[in-house]
Structures are given as C-alpha cells and as structure tokens.
Write a protein that binds this ligand. Structure first.
Ligand SMILES: [Zn+2]
Ligand SMILES: [Zn+2]
Length: 159
C-alpha cells in the first residue's frame, strides 16, 4: 500500500464526481468496494463520478456514508458539492476529552503555553494521536488515518 498524504483528500474545488473519483483512487478502492462499504449501489457511484452535470447532490444519508467509507470529514463532501476549495486546515490545540468536534475549541486551549485542559486536566493535542497529522478542526477524525479526535474514556482508564 502506498502512503496517502492526508491532505491529498482535501477538496480542491473540483466537481463532486471528480473529487469522489480522486479520493476513491487515493484510498485504493474500486467503485464496487466503495459501494459496498458505503452501502450504496455501484450505479450511484457511477452516476456521481460520471455525472455530466456538476450539480449532482446525493441524499444526505448517502453523503454521510460515502464520507465514512472514504474516511473523510462530511465537510469535504459539502465543499465538493459546492465546488469550493476547502480552507487550509488550521492547527490548533484541543482537549481530546472535552472538545466537541465541529465546534470551536475552547479559547483557553489555544494559548501558546497551554498544555493541559483547564476543565479536565487532560493533555491537549494539536496532532492526531496515531499518525501526527495536524488536527483538522472541522472534522471529527484524522483525515490521514481515520482515528477519531475525541478519545473515549476507554483509552484512559489508567486511573
Ligand atoms: Zn478536557
Ligand atoms: Zn491520524
């Protein structure tokens, strides 16, 4: 498997069909594999990828399943539908226990010298815990490896 740079999956303003095909190929998936992972018909994938029109807008549920199957934030699909280039991801610190993905992080976390969460005491992170890709504040999980930013209490039952 060749290494995939996470940010290669960021929408670059191309139409949804081109975008979908590009990310699918980045992930090394065939249309059939993607279809089965996203629980949609191959014809749906085909219709989106080969759509003559740039205004194809799959149903919300389909958008969400495609995003999950491609390990991309749903925001990427939204950006591709509107053919917007996605903002350069910000690096910022979050508390993996308190941060609610999709919301603005607590301003106290972004202070340069902040290392621990003022609410729960957890160590703040500015990179994915698994692969060190910078945190993408508009996503729920790492675009590189798919690890959720929010860590469940399972992973820290040390105490
Ligand atoms: Zn916290
Ligand atoms: Zn990662």
């Amino acid at each position: 498997m060749s290494e995939i740079k996470g940010f290669d999956a960021v929408p670059k303003g191309e139409p949804l069909g081109e975008y979908l095909q590009r990310v699918r190929e980045l992930r090394g998936l065939t249309r059939a594999t993607l279809a089965s992972r996203a629980q949609v018909n191959v014809s749906t994938i085909l219709r989106i990828e080969c759509g003559k029109t740039s205004v194809i807008r799959p149903r919300k549920a389909v958008q969400e399943r495609l995003a999950t199957a491609l390990k991309i934030p749903i925001e990427y699909i939204h950006a591709a539908i509107s053919q917007e280039a996605f903002d350069i991801p910000q690096t910022n610190k979050i508390c993996p226990s308190c941060w609610n993905p999709g919301t603005a992080p607590d301003i106290r976390w972004s202070q340069v010298d902040a290392q621990f969460c003022t609410r729960c005491g957890d160590q703040l992170i500015d990179k994915c815990l698994s692969c060190s890709e910078p945190i993408l504040l508009r996503g729920r999980f790492c675009p590189q490896c798919g690890t959720p930013y929010r860590q469940s209490s399972l992973s820290k039952q040390v105490a």
